[in-house]
Design a protein around this ligand. Sequence first.
Ligand code: SAM
Ligand code: SF4
Length: 513
Amino acid sequence: MPNQTETRHPIRHFASAADYRKNFIVREQIDKYLPAGKHFVDEKEIFGKLDAASGTQPNDPARVRAILAKSRAIETLLPEETAALIQVTDRGLLEEMADTALAVKKAVYDNRIVMFAPLYMSNLCVNRCTYCGFRCGNEEQKRRMLTMDEVKQEVEVLAGKIGHKRLIAVYGEHPDTSTDYIAETIRTAYAHQVKSPRGAVVGIRRVNVNAAPLPVEDLRVLKQVGIGTFQVFQETYHRETYARLHPADTVKGDYDWRTTAFHRALEAGVDDVGMGVLYGLYDWKFELLASLYHARDLERQFNIGPHTISFPRLEPASGTDLPTTSPYLIDDDTFRRIVIITRLSVPYTGMIVTCRERPESRDACVACGITQMDASSNIAIKGYSDFASEQHQEKDRQQFVLSDTRTLEEMIAHLAREGIITSFCTAGYRCGRTGGCIMDALKTGKEGKFCKINAVLTFREWLDDFASAATRALCEPVLNKELEGIRENLPKFYPTVKEHYDRICKGERDLFF
Ligand code: SAM
Ligand code: SF4
């Protein structure tokens, strides 16, 4: 359980949505991270790097292989190196890049996929992002925020019936669902322990948050209630596009408030931050390189890069035709290229591809370096407790429509057939392995060791508490192979791991390294 000691912070409260819109942004908390008004996303420089890379033999095998060697050595690439990979078009070289991406993932993260589920808490929103079903004024959307009893009901399904341990809690931006509400929902989700179908006491062990940018004081409150990763998607780094899609009279209309969201989070001690571009809004080459400039600035100012990078792509949503008419929509091949180049450019980062994607596209991404996925997802507000199955979706109750509706059990079985182990590990932040500490551990292979052990222990729990006999039979060999790998490669740890493992088999829960 996270530290729940209460300390008062001066969170500001707002009398109305209009008051919030006008006064929420704290200008000094932007300016201090943009010294002399210079932004770390310099459009001219980014276009310049892309142009230079396309002008100088983009398919030169020697140059591309030299860059790939750097990725294999788990080194972060320079912008011009990422730009060079972005401009590669030769099929053979692209496949070498894909193979290297998978090799890098295996070196840092082994053959694990960490599993999580989204939990939509509220769709109240003061903003009018043109691509989003939750935008203010969209009459087709039914509005609601979960009460704490409803949060518990959702947890009962997520933790008690499906077997999830890790959530990404999602919120629109509204004064009624700002920091106090976010903190209360996180506390409630952590505190609600339930029984699995076989009687084990289970619960949510890590709550990540996807919400609007917040001031430092508010982020400190979230740190205190035990937030995992603070995720904010930039949507687009291209200023002119950003301004067109996010009206200037909305909070979200402030590009600089959003681009400095992680600087404030890191200042507040929330040191796992999750980035993402909403692909389809603007040219993917620019967006990908700009997002890496963002990561570099966090490393430069805080010595901590993004804990995760997500790859949302524009999906159909209620009351908007942008997801079908945008000139920048990307196909599956391009999507895969983006995933590959990100893996190669920032080898240590966790990478997430969600149920927005079709199953075939997600499977292709597993094979080139992603580390986290969701399954059995329902993004309708109160969808888990109201709907009987993953296939049930209601456009006017959710932000967009999901494409991959496989259950957690189906996904785990599918991964096991590929020799991949599903991890429900949430130990990192509970042991203080976050931010810069986890980055160093990942770069030197230390974190991989703990992750491997915790993956085995948590997978054992899930198989015992939730799996059908057929899934268990399918997964046991994968699990045994991992355990054997620990015995061979981590002999010093093995006796304690085995002791923990045996205790879990006898019914103890939540033992971790
Ligand atoms: N309201 C907060 C904000 O905008 O930062 C956070 C929650 S918002 C529901 C989460 C993310 O959903 C957004 O950052 C955006 O990238 C994504 N999103 C919005 N509309 C989408 C669509 N039509 N397809 C795919 N993703 C979408
Ligand atoms: Fe609101 Fe976020 Fe949707 Fe924009 S993306 S309308 S801020 S919920």
